[in-house]
Design a protein around this ligand. Sequence first.
Ligand SMILES: [Zn+2]
Length: 403
Amino acid sequence: MNNMKKGDHKLIQALNRSKVLNKIRTDGPISRIELAKKNKLSPSTVASAVQELIKEGYVSEIGTGSSSGGRKPILLQFNPDNHYLFAVAITNSFLNLAQMNLEARVLRKETYPIEGLQGNAVIERLLELMDDFTAGAEDLERCVGISLTVPGIVSDSQGVLHYNTKLRMTDVPLRQILEDRYGMRTWVENDMNSVVLAERRFGDYAFGNLIYISIGDGLGSGILINDSLLRGKHGGAGEFGHTSVNRSGIRCECGNVGCLDSYISWIAVYSRIITAIATGRPTLIQELSGGDYSKIVPSVYKEALCRGDKLAMDLNEEVAEHLGAAIVNLVNMFNPEALVLGGEMAHGNPELLAMVRKYMDRHAMPILKDDMVFGLASLGEDDKLIGAASVLLQDLFGFTLTE
Ligand SMILES: [Zn+2]
């Protein structure tokens, strides 16, 4: 009984501390008195939390504020650069490592191609790279932890990657591997979940009911409902690419037939381009890639689009129709406040966004789509690293949105 009370007290202290830290972060520079008022905490609770935060370097005192008389209060501000974190973003083609500050800003990063590695070889390569990367960081005691994101079915609570078909990884205890090797607290999360959090916390989409859809090598989604990630029992919620669109369609690696992925992922579009070229259809894509099929990548496709290439435009329209129909399902199912389109095929492709919007306007329920925000992803190429940082910052410090 006694122990439980002690535990409760500690928990409340930790909660108050993160409330105070958050307020300083979002509203600073701010005085202790204002902090107490805004958080509805007693001045002594605020004072002891602040004292701890200053001692640990998360917060510092700066100058003095205005006062309506009497002694001017000392102001407090958040120090995002006094500590840092390591972010790791595994994609199906690259390993990205970064050192980031506590506002998810990249301080240093390195990117390596996976080059066809699979299974254990991916982990071995990652650890090799991380050994060097962490050795290049000063003051490891200022590091608050490691956060890793990876595509596939991920259990965040166990820190295990259950399943990634492209990298041939099954039940990999990533958190334990990294914690054992580096002795730092480690977080593991699905890449799409991390990116939707990042758009919410650090991007242009500050909505608690938010859906992120990525269209690239594959299709994925991250779904935020009332500010909580929708994970499902095994962490598999949001497998948007494996929703059925054709009952007698192409067989998919997931075991189903006619998955959306098989029709509009980059792999599907790429094979459509190759077929068109092979059957003699003229296209700028052939010229832009110098006739080398391996050089046909999404950026070449988008360049052809920009230049008004008929094949690229036809394919883009076809993708928009399929994607539009699938997105109408999401809008009608989840009634999000905002929906964000990201991934290699969407970046720098405003025509795709416009065509999907048009489709949605014709087909989604008016009350659900009329005031829904729909736009392109806002965080650029570091989105998954910022995502990894968001996961850690939310869990460790309870970082919330600027209110
Ligand atoms: Zn499938």
